[in-house]
Design a protein around this ligand. Sequence first.
Ligand SMILES: [Zn+2]
Length: 508
Amino acid sequence: MARRVYIFDTTLRDGEQSPGVSLNVMEKLQIARQLARLGVDVIEAGFPITSPGDYEAVKTIAREVRGVTVAALARASFQDIDQAWEAVKEAEQPRIHTFIATSPIHMRHKLRMTEEQVLEAAVAAVKRARSYVSDVEFSAEDASRSELDFLCRVLEAAIAAGATVVNIPDTVGYATPEEFARFISEIRQRVRGIEKVVLSVHCHDDLGLAVANSLAAVMAGASQVEGAINGIGERAGNAALEEVVMALYTRRDQFGCETGIRTEEIYRTSRLVSTLTGMPVQPNKAVVGKNAFAHESGIHQDGVLKERTTYEIMNPQMVGISQSNLVLGKHSGRHAFRQRLQELGYELGEEELNKAFQQFKILADKKKEITDADLEAIVEEELRPVPVTYTLEYLHISTGTTIVPTATVGLKKGDELFEEAACGNGPVDAICRAVDKVTGIPCVLKSWGINAVTSGKDAIGEVTLKITENGGKTYLGRGISTDILEASAKAYVNAVNRLLWETGRLKE
Ligand SMILES: [Zn+2]
């Protein structure tokens, strides 16, 4: 039987203490509901004494979210604990989490308390919390920089006073994995009663070791890991829960542990937290980064297509990502290129494929990432070149916040030059109408998008758009310029040329 490790999520408490992050009650409730779906064992919903907003959020989550323990944080003071209880008491499974620092630095400089005073306060706090609820967690803040003898005395006293969970935080992210594991082992050996309670760890990422330290602690016998989604939190953040969970799962041969997490909910949870907190996830972030399952080199792509496990130790579907995201770039090989085209519905012969692949390589030298639209354009443009009916000779735009946008276009057809002007509800619309007047074909713009082909202020913009004549088939057009309006005009003319050709109206 695999040993169960409990997952304690503090995204809404420690995570919300990330610089620049502020969630309102509804946003917190939304995240809490998703955390419950994810299957975390405990949601630390907030620190009720700190603000009316925090109090309200904890109260709402306690009332609304079922099937999970909801914890409220409190310092070792009666006022904090009473307030925490008021906020959390409606939860299906309420927990009060109380803490006090035990390191010499914190006791001397922050608390200005002696060891005996700290010990007394810890015991009183746990007793007070236990007078309200049977599930009480006690944390020895800055435990990893505390003297082991004293820390063990405090933990033993807290357990005797009724704590059901004791937490060993590496508050400042100072520990190293081997040292932290030894620390946990010592505590397990020396603290009387420790086998009756849940032994928890809470690691910070100041040296990038939060996940490693948490896992080392699990190896040494810890049975609860605290952390936050995407690893957000104070300073460099907390242990990233999705990484802890996937490490425990992927290397269960090493850990021999299981969690209650529904891993398919990981990606959705990560996206939600990122969106609501406004904290982006770095592309190379383990498990949930945009590139976590992307294979760029030709050798890797070829390997993954032949057998996924050549370069993937986790299945992207397992964390809720629908499919391995093969980004095509200049290192991509023919095999990956052909595969992507097939996924897009293009079946090419050998010669066509070679031609398209050459064009792809040319474009890949200019653009880092080749999108599906690019591939469509390559196939359509290079394999079925569009005869040019109209070319853009010149363009004049008058636009602004207080005038009606007007476009004048000069289009050449053979040796003839046509000029028309039109107004629109925006400059692009005005351009399209002016072109329509020249061609005599009223079209509707179905989509319009711009991509920077190069970077910097003088970036080349590439407009890709689709038009339709009567709501049926759409025709793709592309145009490139450092001026996005000129790029739009070129793209529109390109699309019209395609329409004329494909509908057999070239002779006119
Ligand atoms: Zn913390």
